[in-house]
Unconditional design. Structure first.
Length: 163
């Protein structure tokens, strides 16, 4: 079992989607978490709607600080994935255990204004991009975490041209 943490600034949309997708597609191989540098305090309702529309569980998600995962009593992370540009550029805490830290930038669906359909389409696109990237990561297999170029392989997923 590997631990993975999706990090964004607000921990209300993209990081929550990433957590849910890896939990679902990882089929018990990953314990997943999400957090933010400046959490909004609540998960974006459009993120919950997006997950529900795909039949994924939505219970237990909350917007929380990455500080919960930086202390000595926190779960040891194997992988930290930043999903927004501001989180990638911020000074991150020192993560116990020195996990791989990679960036998979995803445009912020929570920043899209408009009616339900417009916002829903933005969340669907973010979900689809994250789902492709998580699937690509899982296709690499567990050996990626011990290979000399594993971090580079995981980082390359975030620069995929198919987005």
């Amino acid at each position: 079992m590997r631990n993975a943490l999706f990090v964004c600034t607000a921990n209300s949309a993209r990081s929550v989607l990433g957590e849910a997708i890896l939990r679902h597609l990882g089929e018990g191989k990953f314990q997943t978490f999400s957090a933010g540098s400046t959490p909004r305090g609540m998960v974006n309702p459009d993120a919950i709607t997006c997950l529900q529309g795909r039949g994924l569980p939505t219970d237990g998600f909350r917007s929380k600080s990455w500080e919960e995962f930086a202390g000595p009593d926190a779960p040891k992370m194997d992988l930290i994935i930043t999903v927004c540009d501001s989180a990638a550029g911020e000074a991150c805490p020192v993560w116990p255990g020195h996990p791989f830290v990679v960036h998979w930038g995803i445009p912020d669906p929570a920043g899209v204004e408009g009616d339900d359909a417009t916002r829903g389409a933005a969340f669907d696109l973010a979900f689809e991009r994250l789902e492709r990237r998580v699937s690509a990561m899982l296709a690499l297999g567990d050996a990626v975490f011990s290979s000399a170029d594993g971090k580079a392989q995981l980082s390359a997923i975030g620069t995929s041209a198919d987005d």
